[in-house]
Design a protein around this ligand. Structure first.
Ligand code: ADP
Length: 718
């Protein structure tokens, strides 16, 4: 033995451990190996190798797994993610390897496919298999489940001549995308933007492009050009999209452009699908992945391009476990591997705009929508002047606009980012508000299901008949609007209209959601009332009016990006109107018509908004001109959480240009029974805040059951 290896295990450990390498093993960095840790044999990854003879009695690596090692870039990326976000490298590695079976080749099983012949003795169950058993080839159990018959029927079809049985991998490879197919005919603007992106990919070096184009300007078609170029070079491509934009319709566009459906990756997928994507990506065989944020931690060995679509979207921030922002980490990943990254949005984040303006990112602008489609006019409705009727939420101008579009046979969308019927349930007799049992949040009334629900934890109970405090029967009242209530009001006002609600509660499974989208697309719904689920990427050709029920909703709370978020969401929502050749318009109900985000929206003047917002951020030293971090302390006893926060504050390292605010109770002071306190840290742009925070964090160990969570560049302020 003459080599020492550093092995990182996918568990919560801060560093890799030293092991002796047996003489018969030849290892490289990134290899998967088995080594003893405590009494267990565990799978880890070779993080480093040194030729030095092991100095002490080291434990020895037992075996190496015969599979492709993680690439050196991937190891660097894991280290970088851990360092930047104050996470342990072991926990980041755990995000990467989640399914050990994916390290082995796919098992070989018997698969069935139609022979093309009509079988002898075609019973109803046999025809069900032939009709509904696919996609083929399939295992007997899968085809049987889809057709609602027993596996015996599937196997019987082989003898009868309707199916052919052959051996094949249980997880088949993905079809190879073809970059040479031609897409849609691009407009001149799209073509130029596409060429610019292709040129960036062709440099074969790290670069970032901000693809900045109004909603419906055809950004997808444009970045497809860059994807095609990277595929032509034999590279793997990753397209990150917000989870709720990962729809069948979205994937179909890839299939149309590249002749093959891409691999998709999201949080709802089953183990088998996960294992298949992971293995095919790790082996470099799967070339095109469309996925939610965690797809960034798939082990691509030959990545050549990352696209972050809707780069401003808050769902790129992972808030649990390893806290990271996939948009920012995508840039890091590309930097490490030396390739292009494209950030696309109709409403880019101020950080990205700032980087584009200062020349760090290439700024590629798509100013127009293809064809005759124009951007909607946006108007404000001052709720002080147009007070809705008592107990109602739609003002006269909104009602008039809905009447006008529905009379023309067009569609209206009412947007309110509040699920359920009413956000608050209050007792008219004693004033009691229904609260979640273990969390500081009000219960939301859901009329459709007859329940009261906590949206933070998912707790729910049947809607009580009497007030739990004063026991008065029938005195609980709904306060404020949710989508269900707005739909009820719209139905009352327009009895003949077909009104539907779309929120995560009513969306149903992906097939039901797709069906609802189809009905909306084909004009079978007149008024759709929806939460943020309607904001993303759906095209409804006869949707010509968008009414925003509460334009102020996003402006409350302590988020320094509240104005930016409101502006982004409302531009995106309004952008749903007037996509085809019918011009659209939008009205926003508000109590604050003077707020700069709303003024800029109504004026259609993005530059004005960006100018004001950036000036304010600069003055306050907020991102992109300064840095932020948050620390959240969690624990079962309030006084001890307070003490922990104080102790932590006392351990703050001294540093120039760092301001610490708090500790104070977090806005959600108790969540799932745990008390929460928080600190805010603001620092100048030149401070290495990650390093500062990890030095600080290392000084205090929380007692068991207590937790200190560091969040670099927080996006959530609850
Ligand atoms: P964005 O992502 O910028 O909002 P999309 O890429 O989704 O826009 O395109 C918006 C709509 O315009 C889609 O229905 C798309 O199929 C269509 N589209 C895009 N480019 C063209 C084009 N060159 N000609 C015709 N239709 C186009």
């Amino acid at each position: 033995m003459n080599q020492t290896a550093q092995i990182l295990f996918p568990v919560n450990v801060p560093t890799a451990f030293d092991y002796a390498v047996p003489a018969e093993l030849t290892l490289t960095r990134g290899d998967f190996v088995f080594a003893p840790i405590g009494k267990q044999m565990k799978l880890g990854v070779v993080w480093g190798l040194s030729e030095a003879e092991p100095v002490r009695e080291l434990k020895s690596i037992v075996d190496r797994k015969a599979t492709r090692p993680l690439s050196p870039d991937m190891l660097d990326f894991i280290d970088w993610t851990a360092r930047y976000n104050g996470a342990s490298p072991g926990n980041v590695l755990r995000m990467v390897i989640r399914n050990y079976k994916a390290l082995d080749p796919s098992s070989i099983v018997t698969l069935y496919r139609p022979s093309g012949e009509v079988p002898k003795n075609l019973t109803p169950s046999r025809s069900a298999v032939l009709r509904e058993g696919g996609p083929w080839p399939a295992r007997a159990s899968e085809a049987a489940a889809r057709a609602g018959v027993s596996s015996g029927v599937v196997k019987g079809l082989v003898k009868a001549g309707g199916l052919i049985a052959e051996s094949g991998p249980v997880d088949p490879p993905f079809p190879v995308p073809n970059p040479e197919l031609t897409g849609r005919e691009l407009t001149q603007g799209q073509n130029e933007a596409g060429q610019d992106l292709v040129a960036q990919v062709q440099t074969g070096r790290f670069n970032v492009s901000l693809l900045d184009g109004v909603t419906g300007s055809g950004k997808t078609e444009v970045y497809f050009e860059a994807v095609a170029e990277a595929l032509r070079c034999g590279k793997q491509c990753l397209i990150l999209v917000p989870e709720i934009a990962l729809t069948q319709a979205g994937l179909r566009r890839f299939k149309e452009r590249f002749g093959a459906e891409p691999a998709s990756w999201h949080s709802q997928m089953g183990e088998a699908a996960r294992r298949r994507v992971w293995r095919e990506v790790a082996q470099g065989r799967c070339k095109l992945v469309v996925g939610a944020r965690s797809a960034l931690y798939l082990p691509f060995p030959e990545l050549g391009l990352i696209v972050v679509d809707e780069e401003h979207d808050t769902s790129y921030k992972q808030e649990e476990g390893v806290i990271y922002n996939a948009r920012d980490m995508a840039v890091v990943r590309a930097h490490i591997s030396g390739h292009s990254v494209i950030l696309a949005s109709a409403t880019p984040s101020l950080e990205s705009l700032h980087n584009a303006r200062t020349g760090k990112f290439a700024h590629i602008i798509l100013p127009e929508r293809p064809g005759a489609a124009v951007l909607p006019e946006i108007g404000l409705v001052d709720l002080k002047d147009h007070v809705p009727e008592k107990g109602k939420f739609l003002s006269q101008p909104l009602l008039d606009a809905i009447a006008a579009v529905t009379d023309r046979g067009e569609q209206a969308l009412l947007y309110l980012n509040r699920r359920g019927y009413a956000p608050l349930i209050i007792c008219r007799t004693c004033g009691e508000k229904l609260k979640s049992p273990d969390t500081d949040s009000w219960l939301v009334q859901h009329k459709r299901t007859g329940r009261a629900m906590c949206h933070l934890t998912g707790f729910s109970m049947p809607m009580p008949k009497r007030c739990p405090e004063c026991q008065t029967e029938g005195s609980l009242t709904a306060v404020g609007p949710g989508v269900e209530r707005v739909a009820e009001e719209a139905q009352e006002a327009f009895p003949k209209a077909r009104v539907e609600v779309l929120s995560s509660d009513t969306a149903g499974n992906p097939a039901e959601l797709a069906e609802r989208m189809r009905r909306m697309e084909q004009g079978e719904i007149d008024i759709l009332v929806g939460t943020q689920m309607v904001v993303k990427g759906h095209n409804f050709p006869t949707l010509t009016f968008v009414g925003v029920v509460d334009g102020d909703l996003g402006l409350a709370g302590g988020d320094p990006r509240a104005g930016e978020r409101t502006y982004q969401t409302l531009v995106q929502v309004a952008g749903r109107a007037g996509r085809a050749d019918k011009p659209g318009h939008a009205l926003i109900q508000t109590h604050q018509p003077e707020h700069e985000a709303l003024v800029a929206l109504a004026a259609g003047d993005r530059e004005m908004f960006i100018g004001v917002e950036l000036a304010m951020r600069e003055m306050l030293g907020l991102p992109p001109f300064g840095k932020m971090a948050a620390v959240i302390f969690w624990g079962p006893e309030a006084a001890k959480v307070d003490a922990l926060a104080k102790k932590f504050l006392g351990a703050a390292p001294r540093a120039e240009g760092v301001d610490i605010l708090g500790p104070s109770e977090a806005p959600i002071g108790r969540l799932r029974g745990l008390y929460r306190r928080r600190l805010f840290i603001q620092a100048g742009a030149s401070v290495n805040l990650s390093k500062y925070m990890s030095t600080w964090r290392a000084k205090v160990r929380p007692p068991s059951k207590y937790k200190i969570q560091v969040d670099i560049d927080p996006q959530s302020f609850m």
